[in-house]
Design a protein around this ligand. Structure first.
Ligand SMILES: [Fe+2]
Length: 226
């Protein structure tokens, strides 16, 4: 992937504001009385705080779209009217700079127009951080993201727009946080009418974050962003 010359986050205030929104969401978002969720929120907020205070590099990536990005405008419009509006407004300032990916060498046809993710921070950038990955996932309406798990990596999804269900166990609107502990299988579905935009955070050993390989094993994603 062609990259522009490295610069610093301080040179890109719109990116700083997005990361600030992540920090605020994990610092002040409710934990629903769950000690495990609160612990994860603290790890994420602590990593973001440490990263922002270290004046990290930001290496701009070549903007790249995937078919599902045609739903992004609708997702942003919907999100602006809901409780994550401040986060959505900050994101809208950097959407032209995002590098949307599948992450898998082979994508099932059923997902090619319905899913993509964009990393914002992590060992691979664009904002450099060794112990945390932050990014976005966009799903079209009527999307089923197959069951998968993440080896050694704990994942949380923060719903920014639309509503999703996970493992048929609940419906999560904007502001809801879902915690997927390492190795826990989970599948996602989205509603019939509206797209879903999620923010996600991955925590785990630096080697796992740096070296994870998104691949299908036995027809399932072994590690993915969904
Ligand atoms: Fe996942």
């Amino acid at each position: 992937m062609a990259k522009a010359a490295a610069s610093f986050l301080l040179d890109h205030p719109n990116w700083h504001y997005v990361l600030q929104e992540f920090y605020l969401a994990y610092r002040f978002g409710p934990a629903g009385g769950s000690a495990e969720i609160r612990r994860h929120q603290r790890v994420v907020q602590s990593c973001i705080s440490r990263c922002l205070n270290s004046e990290p590099r930001l290496t701009p990536q070549t903007p790249e779209a995937k078919p599902v990005v045609a739903h992004l405008g609708r997702a942003l419009d919907n999100g602006e009217t809901d409780r994550m509006a401040s986060f959505i407004r900050a994101l809208a300032k950097i959407t032209d700079e995002l590098n949307w990916q599948y992450g898998y060498d082979r994508m099932p046809r059923s997902l090619q127009k319905k899913y993509a993710y964009a990393e914002l921070l992590g060992p691979r950038g664009p904002v450099q951080c060794e112990d945390l990955i932050l990014g976005l996932v966009l799903f079209s309406p009527k999307c089923t993201y197959p069951a998968h798990s993440h080896v050694e990596i704990t994942e949380s999804y923060l719903c920014l727009s639309g509503s999703l269900s996970e493992n048929d166990a609940g419906v999560y609107p904007p502001g809801a946080l879902i915690l997927n502990q390492a190795n826990r299988e989970h599948a996602i579905t989205t509603s019939d009418r509206e797209p879903v935009l999620l923010a996600y955070a991955w925590t785990g050993p630096a080697e796992a974050l740096c070296g994870f390989k998104m691949s299908f094993a036995g027809g399932k994603p072994a590690a993915g962003k969904g």
